[in-house]
Every structure is written in C-alpha cells, then in structure tokens.
Design a protein around this ligand. Structure first.
Ligand code: ZN
Ligand code: ZN
Length: 432
C-alpha cells in the first residue's frame, strides 16, 4: 500500500470512529449525525440528499413509481417508450418469451419489432387494445422472431381489430425463404381457423397486408408515415435474408438488430442511437455447461452465427448509443454476471441486460429504465371501437354427419336465450 493510500484509509477509519462516537454520545441525534458524517465521507451534503428525496405523505399516493404499471402512465408528446415482450431464446420459458420489442411513441403510433414464440401473451398484458397492435416488423424468419405472429393475427380477429394487420419483412435469396412466402403459408396453416370463425365473429381483422422488401437494402426506407421513418440494413445470421431495423422519430433513434453477427452496416448506421437493442447470445461456456452443446457447436453458434457478449461490447464501443440493450440470452442470477463480465471486457457505457417486461422511457434528455409490473389476471383490453356483429350468412356450418350427432337441449338453451335477452333488452331468437 502506498503512503498516500495508507493516510487515506487512516482518515476513513478515523471518520468512521467519529461517527460511532457520535452515536454513543447523543443517541437522540444519531440518525442525522450519522447521515451527515456518511454524506461528508462520500461528498454529498445532507441538505442536498434531502432535497432529492421525494416527499412522502401518509395519505397520498406516490407521484412517481420505480415500477411501470401498464395502463397508468401517459406517454409524453416527445417520449418513446419501449417494452421488452420477449428477450430469450428459441425455446420460450415462463420468465422469457422469444424476441419481441414494442415501441410506443408520443404521437400515438405503436410498432412491434419481432414477435417470437410466447410474446403475444406479453403484448396482451400491456393494456393496449389490439386495434393499436397492427404494425409488425420481422427481422428474420426464425420461429423465435416470428413464431407468435399467428396468435397476434387471430387474437386481433377475436378482439375486434378493424384494420388490417400490417407486416413488414425481408426477402430471401430464394422466393420460399422470403416473408411473403412464409406468411402466405401461415394463412394456409390457419385456413381451418379462419374458416371456423366466419359468421361466428366479425372477421374484418383477418385482413393481412404483407410488405416484403429487399434484404440487401442498405439504410433503405421501408416505412415513412406520420413523422416516423423506419429503415432496414442487412444482418448476417445463419442464411441470407435477415435484417436489422432503425426507427427515427422526433429526433430520437431506436435500433433493433433482430439477430446478427457484428457487421459494417450496423456500425455505420446506428452510431449514437438513443437506444440500441442488439443480440448478445449466451457465451459458449454456458451453451456447453447449461445447454449441453458440443464445444465445437457452442463456439460456432455462439460466435459465428450469433454475437457473443464481448463481441456485443465491441459493437457498442464502436457505436456509442445512449443506452445499449443486450438481449437473446437466458438472463438469470447465475448467467447475468458471466454475460456482463464478457461485455465489460470491451464496453464501459450505459447498459441494460434485458429481461421480459423491462421498460425504457426515452426522451432527449433522459432515459429511465424500469420493470413493468404485470397483472396476471388482466384481460386483453377491449377494442376502442364497438364490436361489429358477425354475419350468420357467412357461416360455413356442419355436414349432416355432425348435425345428426348433436344433443339439442332445447329447453336449456331457450332458458339461456331468455335470460340473456332479458338482461340486455334484446330479442334474439333461439335457433330451432
Ligand atoms: Zn435467428
Ligand atoms: Zn434468435
């Protein structure tokens, strides 16, 4: 220990001794004295600390919360709010769905970036009617990035989405590896689902508008409405086709990698982003020890197909966002320190290790990171527009085979119709 360090540590010990002595001599002033002594040790005045502390009232609600309760906060006109609705891996788990980030803007627009397996449930927990969840940008066609699109599509039909679901996604190096092909076949996969709802619920929300764009476009504008511009850049991941997205609005820049190996387009076009969400995959050691990958595959997948955390750190050091967000790993008490240690080898700036329901409120002068508190009993919020009735003429109906198999409880059903009509003042006739 240097002489200087010895003197300094001696002073700290003496100060600590004085604090203890103050405690012993004047117990009634203990709290204040200790507070002031500690403040003087760390260089903040007690008065300053007090001024920064929000006033507490025993009868009034707190003005500010350290958690975000969906449905309780306005978005300021100049604010961007981002909610992580999926931050994990291809196998979704209760704590983490697969990739999905919701961006809400102060102008009222909302955008979904990727909609991986399990994420539709997260979206429905945020107290947002499906009418507003109508724009989805898919970075690539791995199921952990678009596996829940069908759920959002069908959920919107049931929940009265009266505008088309609009989806943007990249082409592939072959037609059958492009977004248009994938979604055409998603509709085919859900053909029975779609037909079954005809005439039973209003199916206006079944409209699907797909915009496939060139995956090779560099900083190409793929969306430009209402002051919001979204661009795509190529991503390097597993096979030709993936892209990353950059959203610009009101002087704020949001960047989302979906999945990619570090690349020159991301480095060039996301520099200085206000919030930069980039994959930071499980390091090879965890792929081996926890996921039982063979070492060779762990190294290949962890560092060549994906971006390993120290590679993520390098990307962020080169682009210097106001907030770097690492996602795409199982984020637990034992994995987070390993991931963070890797990132800190190459990056020392602002960082969030994302987990589902993490929320960032971004304005030009502040970024606030909190966790959302989810009401697990919440129902998806009803539509803001009146629910349109179904047209029974559209009903496909059953074949005679099934009609003949029905046990028709005429009296019981008549009673249900009577009670319901009475309650709502209607006169819907019971089917014969
Ligand atoms: Zn992927
Ligand atoms: Zn992925």
């Amino acid at each position: 220990m240097s002489r200087c360090a010895r003197i300094l540590s001696g002073l700290v010990l003496v100060s600590a001794g004085l604090v203890f002595a103050a405690w012993m001599v004047a117990p009634e002033k203990n709290v204040r004295a200790v507070g002031e002594a500690i403040d003087s040790l760390i260089g903040t005045s007690a008065a300053q600390a007090e001024a920064n502390t929000p006033k507490f009232s025993p009868v009034k609600a707190l003005k500010e919360h350290e958690a975000y309760y969906p449905g309780t906060e306005d978005i300021a006109p100049d604010e961007m709010r981002i909610t992580a609705c999926g931050t994990g891996m291809p196998s979704a788990r209760p704590k983490q769905a697969a990739a999905c980030f919701l961006v809400e803007l102060g102008n009222g627009d909302k955008f979904i970036f990727d909609i991986g397996s399990g994420s539709a449930e997260r979206l429905s927990a945020l107290a947002i009617p499906y009418d507003y969840l109508d724009k989805v940008f898919i970075g690539h066609l791995h199921s952990d990035h678009f596996g829940d699109l069908g759920d959002l599509w069908v959920g919107g039909v049931i929940s009265n989405r009266q505008v088309p679901l609009r989806v943007w996604g990249p082409s592939g190096s072959k037609k059958e590896w492009g977004t248009a092909y994938a979604l055409e076949h998603m509709e085919k996969m859900l053909a029975w689902d779609a037909a079954s709802r005809l005439g039973n619920v209003n199916t206006k929300g079944q409209q699907l508008e797909v915009t496939e764009f060139d995956y090779k476009g560099v900083n190409q504008v793929i969306y430009d409405e209402n002051g919001v511009v979204i661009r795509s850049i190529p991503a390097i991941h597993a096979l030709d086709g993936p892209v990353s997205f950059i959203l610009d609005w009101n002087g704020l820049k949001f960047a989302f990698s979906s999945d990619t190996y570090p690349n020159k387009w991301w480095i060039e076009h996301t520099k200085g982003a206000d919030i930069s969400i980039h994959e930071s995959f499980l390091p090879p050691q965890l792929l081996v020890t926890k996921q039982k990958f063979p070492v060779e595959d762990a190294l290949n997948v962890g560092t060549q197909v994906h971006t390993e955390p120290s590679m993520f750190g390098k990307v962020m050091s080169l682009t210097k966002p106001r907030m770097a967000v690492a996602y795409h790993f199982y984020n637990d008490f034992d994995t987070a320190p390993i991931v963070e240690r890797q990132i800190r080898k190459t990056y020392d700036g602002p960082l969030s290790l994302a987990v589902d329901y993490m929320v960032w409120n971004v304005t030009k002068d502040k970024i606030r990171t909190r966790m959302a508190v989810i009401n697990h009993e919440a129902w998806p919020l009803p539509s803001t527009t009146p629910k349109l009735p179904a047209d029974p003429k559209d009903r496909v109906g059953f074949t005679k085979f099934l009609l003949d198999g029905r046990e028709v409880f005429t009296d019981v059903v008549q009673a249900i119709y009577d009670e319901t009509n009475k309650q709502f003042g209607t006169s819907v006739p019971a089917p014969k």
